[in-house]
Design a protein around this ligand. Sequence first.
Ligand code: TRP
Ligand code: SF4
Length: 404
Amino acid sequence: MSSVVSQQRVLSGMRPTGRLHLGHYHGVIRNWIDLQHEFDCYLFVADWHALTTHYADPKEMEDNVWEMVIDWLACGLNPGSATLFLQSRVPEHAELHLLLSMITPLGWLERVPSYKDQQKKLKEKDLATYGFLGYPLLQSADILIYKAGMVPVGADQVAHVEMTREVARRFNFMYGREPGFEEAVEAAIARMGKKAAKLYRNLRNAYQEQGDDEALETAKALVQEQQNVTLGDKERLLGSLEGSGKVILPEPQALLTKAPKMPGLDGQKMSKSYGNTIQLREAPEDVEKKIRTMPTDPARVRRNDPGDPEKCPVWQFHQVYSSQETCAWVQEGCKTAAIGCLDCKKPIIEAVQEEVITIRERAVQYEKNPDLVRSIVLEGCEKAREVAQQTLDDVRAAMGLNYR
Ligand code: TRP
Ligand code: SF4
């Protein structure tokens, strides 16, 4: 697949942490579900990434993987629209990781903020390992092997996508210079027609001589819309703009996922390690119990003490689940003590239960039929491998490894 076409491809991964909770759903999965209808999505379970920090407890991996896939499917990720697969079953990721490691300066990895941050945060684990240092580069391989144009991630992962762009640039610069590149570019320019050719040269100059980024963007769009130019030539034209060779590994863009408005039950970020989650397959009684016992504005000690929704995690749930009318009712009722906190929580209990019940119902068919889940993932892995093998062929050839 050409890198010009693959700009419409979305790739993302999630480490298998077992059953998912509402934070995953509202923060990540809903976004994936929207994207699957619009783009060619490759979504995978990053089990190798989980091993970089959890190498000492492999027992839970298998369950965690399948429970997560069941949650994905139950939420509405559709294997007919998105390719769902397992990282460790597409070994091409590992070979690309190895090959990219040859050209990746150590400093790039040491400088990624998550490297030191996570070591500090997970002090009980020894993360002074080769594998953990390589975490972001493995992620680069995940992305580049599909020549993905877009990578939906949270803010904590943007630095990894940035590094991926640098690795791709370095790779293209080192290996994208096929013999006769300049001549091939000239021939491709000629095929654009007089007017477009002149525009292309002017824009290329404006970018290369004056650093005009807007000219670069215009030139890229101009190349993309050419009708008489082959995909290979488009890649050369794009490469020539930025002074690199042919683009073998296109640079991906991060699609920043908005931070979820919904916190955990205690107002902190919803996270398994804080014990403040509602699971996607939580039993309705437990949903009710968890929300009823949620802390509220500490100023509302007695029923007739007025409160401030801004100081209450329940209000943040309302912002996710409730209509404007209900939100107005909460604001007014809380500040005047016209409603009690249990009244206020009732619509939330109902909304979360409805959401969770739908997901639970859809999960049942997969829980009852593990073979179905395995075959969905197997099919995804096969499809992913086909793409991955093509990229790896290009990469091996570029690095002089395609001997027969
Ligand atoms: N590191 C990501 C996370 O912790 C998971 C991940 C692995 C990923 N490979 C990826 C995300 C490739 C996007 C693209 O969330
Ligand atoms: Fe929170 Fe609602 Fe109670 Fe106000 S009334 S403190 S918003 S739960």
